[in-house]
Design a protein around this ligand. Structure first.
Ligand code: NAD
Length: 452
């Protein structure tokens, strides 16, 4: 088995080596999952719920360890990493309620009785990106397991450590062999084998739109179900009547959190032209105040980028760009980049149109409400976005008009496990999280009983 070095992006030092699974390893893992499935499907609902709650409790006991692992592997600030490990616990707990509530319907029909059942699919493949290794894994595996499926999960090449630890914790909780397997490996090897393997009945993929399209095309061959959570280029729309101080104070975190490596990053700021100068005056000190540095320091708000290659890719967007101002970044080892604000560009610039996935935001003025909606929707993506206004009617109109799956008014909320999450247009297909997530890991079966 080939192995790959895992690098700490804040120091550039190797942490450990992780074996990369082959196609044969992947086939063996899928076979184990398929063998484990009938027994797991038939576990009594209350017992499956109890097992999930035990898993959540063990994750809670290891919250600090998991957080420290993510600080080292992903360079996430420790405060963020603790939240992420806590999110895994909360998501497992939330879906622990599913087994005892996964009910069908009784539908009135003539000549007998009609009932529906929610039945698990079998083996589900979850493919995870490197930007939020822990939460994104849990948003897939928790509802899938709760609905009675077995899960094979591939973490991103760069960030396998927390997923591997979560699989160990699941075993400690009492999950049988094959119910939840983590397979570190390369996308075109392990990930694409999940897609082509006939015993994998669904793919939940989070990652780039380009790879998402390949996954969907691959799934078409077997009519395999897929949920796709892809890229974004979300708009933060700020009207002249808004609380400008609050809008400027919160705009940096809305794009620079996780160093901008966030599919929901509000990387396009649209400001009504009458207040754009005042907004920029307020934004500049807020950007300069973003604490960039050692991720293990609780005061740090922004860590490094994930790799040298990714930093170079992000930096490529700044060639010839009109930089208004930047924040700070440490010198020396680590894949650092300061928070960077661009203004004066055109909406045809690639910095405005493409997902940069780094700490870069563009500011563009708009004239009126119709112009704001037009500019916000002038994107292939439609994942997230924010609207700042004191006018309730406008908040309602604009939030209905912007084509995005997750909008937030006078705030920047995107992902809460209680509510559905996913994208319009090329940001994805299907929804994760929220009360209905487990349904996406089931088939709905209809049975008619004749009264004759
Ligand atoms: P990526 O698409 O390169 O990789 C994502 C995962 O897919 C990795 O595990 C990778 O190994 C795997 N993969 C790569 N090629 C594959 C193939 N041919 N077949 C199967 N699997 C394959 O994306 P990335 O660089 O890891 O992540 C960044 C992207 O993820 C961004 O575009 C971001 O917007 C997106 N993202 C979306 C969400 C969301 O919920 N919508 C959340 C986080 C990240």
């Amino acid at each position: 088995m080939r192995s790959r070095q895992v690098i700490n992006p804040a120091t550039e030092e190797p942490i450990t080596e992780v074996g990369m699974a082959t196609v044969a390893d992947t086939d063996a893992a899928v076979d184990r999952a398929a063998r484990a499935y009938p027994k797991w499907r038939d576990v009594a609902p209350g017992d499956r719920a109890a097992l999930l709650r035990r898993f959540a409790a063990i994750v809670d006991d290891h919250q600090e360890e998991l957080a420290q692992l993510e600080v080292a592997n992903s360079g996430h600030p420790i405060g963020n990493a603790r939240w992420e490990a806590g999110n895994v616990r909360d998501v497992i707990n939330y879906y622990a309620a599913v087994p005892e509530r996964l009910s069908g319907r009784q539908i009135p029909v003539p000549g007998g009785m009609d009932v529906t059942f929610r039945e698990p699919l079998g083996v589900v493949g979850v493919i995870v990106p490197w930007n939020f290794p822990m939460p994104i894994a849990a948003w897939g595996f928790a509802p899938a397991l709760a609905a009675g499926n077995c899960v094979v999960l591939k973490p991103a090449e760069q960030t396998p450590l927390t997923a591997l630890r979560l699989a160990e914790l699941a075993r400690e909780a009492g999950f049988a062999d094959g119910v939840f397997t983590v397979m570190p490996g390369e996308g075109p090897v392990v990930g694409s084998r999940f897609v082509s393997h006939p015993r994998v009945r669904k793919i939940t993929f989070t990652g780039s739109t380009a790879v998402g399209k390949q996954i969907m095309a691959g799934c078409a061959d077997q009519l395999k179900r897929c949920t796709l959570e892809l890229g974004g280029k979300s708009a933060n729309v700020i009207f002249a009547d808004a609380d400008l101080e609050a809008a400027a104070a919160t705009a940096p975190a809305a794009v620079f959190d996780n160093s901008g490596q966030d599919c929901c990053a509000r990387s396009r700021i649209l400001v009504q032209s009458s207040v754009v100068d005042r907004f920029l005056e307020l934004l500049e000190p807020a950007v300069k105040a973003v604490a960039v540095g050692d991720p293990s320091d609780p005061g740090t708000a922004m860590g490094p980028l994930i790799s040298a290659a990714h930093r170079d890719r992000v930096a490529g967007y700044l060639d010839g760009a009109d930089i208004a101002f930047t924040g700070s970044a440490p010198r020396g080892p680590g894949y650092w980049m300061p928070p960077t604000v661009l203004i004066g560009g055109s909406t045809s610039d690639r910095t405005w149109r493409e997902e940069i996935f780094g700490p870069v935001v563009s500011v563009v003025p708009f004239t009126d409400e119709a112009d704001a909606i037009r500019l916000a929707n002038d994107s292939d993506y439609g994942l997230s976005g924010s609207i700042f206004t004191r006018d309730l009617g406008r908040a309602l109109r604009v939030s209905r008009a912007v084509q995005a799956g997750n909008l937030s008014v006078n705030s920047h909320s995107s992902v809460r496990y209680w509510t559905p999450f996913g994208g319009y247009k090329q940001s994805g297909l299907g929804r994760e999280l929220g009360p209905d997530a487990a349904d996406a890991y089931t088939e709905e079966k209809n049975v008619f009983f004749s009264d004759k």
